[in-house]
Ligand binder design. Sequence first.
Ligand SMILES: [Zn+2]
Length: 460
Amino acid sequence: MRLCCSLLLVCAAAFAQAQPALVDEIWTAHYVVTMDAQHRVIENGAVAIRGDRIVDVGPRAAIDKSYQARQRLDRPDALLTPGLINTHTHVAMSLFRGIADDLRLQEWLEKYIFPAEAKNVDAEFVRWGTRLACLEMALSGTTTFTDMYYFEDTIASATKEAGLRGILGETIIGFPAPDFKTPQAALAGTEKFLQSYAHDPLIVPAVAPHAIYTNSDETLKASRKLADRYSKPLIIHLAETKTENDESLARRKMTPTAALDALGVLTGWTVAAHGVWLNDADLKILKMRGTGLSHNPSSNMKLASGVAPVVKILGLGIPMGLGTDGVAGSNNDQDIMVEMDLAAKLQKVTTGDPRALPAEQAFAMATILGARALRLDSMIGSIEKGKRADLITVRLDAPHAVPMYNVYSQLAYSLHGSDVSDVMVNGRAIVRDRKMLTLDAGAIMAKAAEYQERIRRSLR
Ligand SMILES: [Zn+2]
């Protein structure tokens, strides 16, 4: 009897081993670009997904043997890569796309953006602006973005509706904003927001003081305290322009980075956008504090802000991702593929060295380095077992995509956001065959046209 039982057990174990495990989806592609520690590129690769997680990644034959999927997506003529990460933007401003270009920052702000915002920005504007940006970002392969604007709770709900991942913070600024009229009110609103989204699977709520030059020292210190109390990130603009740097030196005898550090603002989880005007002492501080940075080449070029010392920053091991910045004047699109291409070329032309920021490193900035800058690299940024299933496929059947000798060269220099075919965020497919599954693209396009008329009239 006992012998019979153990025989049965052995048989059952053998049977269980032979049976492929059930997963929700299997995605396969010509190449899987993992961005794991070895930067493995798997030819004829596959990824198995269950729930919100990546269960396994490997050669297609091995994955197909080990797993049985409820659904599968086979892309024999595409790359499968981690979802792209936009580490700095202002999504709702997409309704101001191209409203005024080729101006000095002050003129652009005072003549166009501030009046346009005062007359048009409300929760509905922010909802439709966010939907438009989410549509654009998802269709060009972005799965995670970091945002700072007004009515951020509306941005959070529109982001969840789209199915994207967001690190979102209400702008705290030293003048009356469209929603909160004082920094104190914005801090109180932020605290509520931190509580509402404390455990959300897609949203990481953040504390977002706009910059050192638009906030009092008290507000900056209170922002740090609030972020620490809830163990959430503080996001801020830092060392973007020469003016910001010069004014800080004149007023405080310190660079913006040194001044923020002296106030204690950089002690903790921080993501700083731009980092153009950084000297060696600033870099030392950022390295010591573990600050994550966001490089925004389109914005820095278009506003003539300068060139961030990206090669130096990455060489020191400071994590730096890519950002688009807002599309109203600093950049007119949300396409991270463009930022990859520009980041690489901008370092080459300014260092006089074509070896500076190679394609593979530019793609790392758009994925795993971006995740590291956000301190979310245990969750996203690469295709590895146990990470969240944030995946994209990029088609290789266009004339500009062939021939392909190196996947990173193709990704950084040849392919476009419009080559993205499918997108999954947190295990949920949100784009299939270049069609957004979660948002009504027709309604969003119609609203954008409606807002164009309304905004144009408001500026007359
Ligand atoms: Zn910005």
